[in-house]
Design a protein around this ligand. Structure first.
Ligand code: FES
Length: 100
């Protein structure tokens, strides 16, 4: 095993999971794909790809509160994220890295 430092300063992880039972809550049925894409598009548009990583995940075990976006190293988990919330997430967690 080897310990490495990631090249990025922020890691945003968006749950896209869809659970097998359609009666159970799933992030993937609540617009999380669009949320993930919007975050990725913004990072690319601003040329922040070497500072910010936006990833998809499977279940983060917070299904009833989804869509879930986890942010590290900030150690924050946002629940019930909407497309309208994405701008707030960007302003608070990504824009701070512009010109840094
Ligand atoms: S489906 Fe997203 S946390 Fe479980």
């Amino acid at each position: 095993m080897q310990e490495i430092k990631p090249y990025y300063q922020k890691h945003l992880i968006v749950c896209l999971n869809v659970r097998e039972d359609p009666a159970k809550d799933s992030c993937g049925t609540k617009n999380s794909t669009a949320i993930h894409q919007r975050l990725k598009d913004y990072v690319k548009e601003k040329g922040l790809g070497k500072k910010v990583r936006v990833s998809k995940s499977m279940c983060q075990d917070l299904c009833a509160h989804g869509p879930i976006v986890s942010i590290y190293p900030d150690n924050i988990v946002y629940s019930r994220v909407t497309l309208e919330d994405v701008d707030k997430i960007i302003k608070k967690h990504i824009d701070t890295l512009i010109n840094s």
